[in-house]
Write a new protein. Structure first.
Length: 481
């Protein structure tokens, strides 16, 4: 075949891109095409920072393509119509794209495949989302056996990672629209878009004399330390392939100098497998995008106090670790995973607000907002999802702050009004005597709000609401972590 289209969606990379490789294998010339889909851009779940990151990522990809004698063809409109027009203009005979699993993506691809020769290849995950099943052919709904089956499948070696092609032959003369420059990526977002930055971050995380991945077992739970990979935005848009990340984790495990370092690499690989687990859940159970995986928890009597929700969104709950995390999200479009669990637990189980409100807010603000992982994380914390935290697991925001930010460095970074508060009060400043408030120039009720709920009382309210949804069954002994 003379020409094929590489339909770019969530694979903004050239290295280890199986859709690109398939197109190059089947055609002499490849047309890299990206289609701006207005239905996605108009979604209630769209985030301006994420859109900006995508657009800048497209510019970086365009530069990488031009360096290889190619160019990016950008169109705007309905994917089926735009692809059909591009095929007619170019004479392309096939379309190659990386498989996606969101309900909208699957409907879109089914419509395209009805009219055009669309070939979907794996790449979003290491193993295709429908390939890891129980012996009876049904999908896993518990992570641990899923991870065992995942690990039992062969993982490609480093030599299987596809190198970036030196040349990508592309026909000339095809019209392309300019990549939008609005909205611009805010300066507070700490992620430089593009494949080169993704590769740099991966090398930094897994390489060097003392790679951060070897300290991940402890570092991942500390908000005040740079102990995570910060690769999630790059995995979200495929600026880094899932299997390259997994291979890097395995190599770091094999090179670990001791048991603790090996544990760190293994736990990071487990986090990658959690990502694949949630992709598989969305693939097999698409209804989770709009409802609880567990039907009984669809009957929870949420309070859904809009004023309380606004206070949570704006970082004004009176609980410093919660407020610091929410302000970090607003400014940077990112939040530490431990902080995500803390703020989610607070919204759902302290404020008794529907987890779907928080899920939507995260998608509207996270650069790495991913339909599968975000939904899975929120349902895990709410106790409504597959393999979720038990309903009676309710994070204590004071204890969580003390454990994950012991000296309050994280809190002080994002809540400057608490900068002078002594360590002993940093996670519960409302307990400061008036004299200490004056010394710290932080008067509760003026400079920083008092708690909008009392955790102990809110906890009892939530346990009662969940028990009622369960038909009055209290279940196991409640606890607060």
């Amino acid at each position: 075949m003379t020409r094929a289209i590489w339909w770019i969606r969530r694979d903004l990379r050239i290295t280890d891109n199986q859709a690109l490789a398939s197109a190059l294998e089947h055609a002499k010339e490849v047309i890299p095409a990206f289609i701006l889909d207005q239905r996605l851009l108009a979604s209630a779940y769209v985030g301006s920072k994420r859109v900006s990151f995508l657009m800048e990522g497209l510019r970086r990809l365009e530069a990488d393509l031009q360096a290889r004698g190619s160019r990016l063809i950008l169109r705007q409109g309905d994917p089926r119509q735009e692809l059909a027009a591009l095929m007619a203009e170019s004479g392309a005979g096939l379309v190659f794209a990386e498989q996606d699993v969101s309900p909208y993506a699957r409907r879109r691809d089914a419509r395209v495949a009805q009219h055009l020769p669309l070939n979907l290849v794996t790449g979003l995950t290491v193993h295709p989302p429908g390939s890891i099943l129980k012996a009876n052919g049904t999908p896993y709904t518990v992570f641990t056996p899923f991870s065992r089956s995942w690990k039992a499948m062969p993982l490609p070696g480093a030599d299987a990672i596809l190198t970036a092609p030196q040349v990508i032959p592309t026909p000339t003369g095809l019209p392309s629209q300019p990549i939008p420059t609005v909205p611009a990526l805010p300066p507070g977002v700490p992620f430089l878009p593009g494949e080169a930055e993704a590769q740099r971050r991966l090398r930094h995380f897994v390489g060097g004399v003392q790679p951060a991945i070897h300290g991940y077992a402890e570092g991942r739970n500390r908000l005040d330390l740079a102990g995570t990979s910060t690769l999630s935005p790059y995995l979200r848009f495929g600026m880094l392939s899932a299997r390259q990340a997994a291979v890097a984790a395995r190599e770091a495990t094999e090179l670990a100098p001791n048991a603790q370092a090996r544990k760190g690499a293994q736990i990071w690989l487990n986090e990658l497998i959690w990502r694949e687990f949630y992709v598989a859940i969305l693939f097999h159970f698409p209804a989770v995008r709009g409802q609880s995986f567990r039907p009984d928890y669809g009957r929870i009597g949420w309070e859904n106090d809009e004023k309380a929700f606004t206070a949570w969104c704006e970082g004004r709950t009176g609980y410093p670790v919660v407020d610091a995390a929410m302000r970090q999200l607003a400014q940077t479009g990112w939040m530490h995973n431990r902080a995500r669990m803390i703020v989610a637990s607070f919204l759902v189980k302290d404020l008794l607000i529907d987890w779907r409100w928080g899920e939507r807010w995260f998608m509207q603000h996270l650069v790495d907002g991913d339909p599968a992982a975000n939904n899975g994380g929120w349902q895990w914390t709410a106790g409504t999802g597959t393999d979720a935290a038990p309903y009676f697991r309710i994070f204590n925001p004071v204890l969580q702050g003390q454990k994950s930010d012991p000296q309050g460095a994280y809190v002080r970074e994002w809540l400057p009004e608490l900068a002078r508060v002594p360590d002993r009060f940093i996670h519960q400043p409302w307990t400061m005597p008036k004299e200490d408030q004056q010394k710290a120039d932080c008067r509760i009720g003026r400079d920083y709000p008092p708690p909008i709920v009392q955790h102990a009382q809110a906890r009892q309210r939530t346990l009662a609401a969940y028990a009622q949804a369960r038909g009055g069954k209290a279940g196991a002994e409640p606890y607060s972590k």
